[in-house]
Every structure is written in structure tokens, then in C-alpha cells.
Design a protein around this ligand. Sequence first.
Ligand code: GLN
Length: 237
Amino acid sequence: MVRIGLLYPDLLGTYGDGGNAAVLAARANARDMDAKVVPVTIGEALAPADIYLLGGGEDGPQRLACDLLRDAGFVERVHDGAHVLAVCAGLQILGTTFSIEGDASYPGLGLVDATTTRGPMRSVGDLATMASGRMMVGFENHGGVTVLGEGVSALGEVLVGRGNDGRVDGYRTSTMWATYAHGPVLAQNPWLADEVLSVVTGQELTPWPSVADSLYAQRCGSLSTRRSVVGRIARRH
Ligand code: GLN
């Protein structure tokens, strides 16, 4: 049984990131694995899970979700081996500090050395990165600029959009994936959904072709024609 903990969809559900839970469950079921999505809402205890999902949201709900997670023993769950996929506000919450309501700095959960301050402008639009040698596509909508500490690996290199800082997006640790990409990102990037599922279950997955693959190919095709992408991909070779 794969237990998928969807954290505070009532606070961090603004951008539809709860869809990541549905995608993981569907792709597990397609491989004959049982999977259960366990939403954790305000006031509920933190149910045990193999992977926790954190989505994006506005500054106020983001701060509240961070406080609730701090009190709920979430950090201990991660130290005990639970995996995490975090998007945008979720990415910021897991870090050391983030900005809320103007420039005020707020303490994050400190699970990763990543500091978020308020950038000079909001980053809104398509986001495409090169992650694990694959193109990762989605959209971003945030005011934060995130700087990773020394030794923290980014999830991807930015091809279109801004991600953390215009150069890289998110971070990847042995148990965590974090990105600024909404989409939901696992619906738009089936290869990433399978990478996450494979790591969480410790199993190699058989391919499961679906319409998601052709939609992904179309998005990659249209984003690849952007002039900035052609240049950046050319510089990689
Ligand atoms: N409130 C955060 C910011 O603007 C996160 C936004 C989001 O989750 N999309 O940076």
C-alpha cells in the first residue's frame, strides 16, 4: 500500500497541486499497487504516509500551514524516512526562512538549506527546466526568490521562466523533490511521477503509456521553439 499524504489542501490548494496526489495514486494502481490518498486538513492529526505532498498558496495560508506542520511532528516524520514532493509555497516552507506579507522573514521548517526572500517582481508564466536529463514543464506564480545553501542540489536548470532565481529551479535531496512548477507538475510530467513513485516504493515500474505522454511531448515541443530555450539547449552541448 502506497500512502499518499496530501497536506492541507484547504490552505495550499490554490493552484490545483492536489492533482499530484491523484496522479500518483492512478499511476500506482495502473501497476497493480494499492494506493491511498490521505488528505490532512486543518485540525486533523498528521496521518502516517510514505510520501507527503505540499502545494502552493498565498502568503497567509502558507504561514499557517508551516506552523501546523511544525506542531504536528512533520519534521520528525521526514527524518524517519517519509518522502516529500513540495511545490512553490511548499518548497519555501521546507526551507530555512521565507518572506511573507512584504519583506518580513518567517522561519521555515529547516529541512533543507534554502532561503526565500521577496524578489523585485512576481514570476508568472511558463516554467520549463532540464531535470534528470529530461524537460520538466509547468507554470509558476510566485514572488519569492530562493537561494540554495552550499551542497544543496537544484532539481533542474531553468530553460523558460525563473524558478528559484532565473538559473535553477527547486531542490532535490535523497527524500525530497521541490519545484516552483504548478501544473499539477506530476500530471504534466509523467516521467517525474514515475520517478517519484519508483523511489518511494523502491520498485522499478513497467512503462504505462497514456495520453499524458503525448500532451507532455506537445508541451515540450512548443516550449523548445522559444528562442531562449534553443540558445540554452545549444549551450549545453
Ligand atoms: N506565497 C508564495 C510566493 O508568492 C508562494 C506562491 C505560490 O505558492 N504560488 O512566493
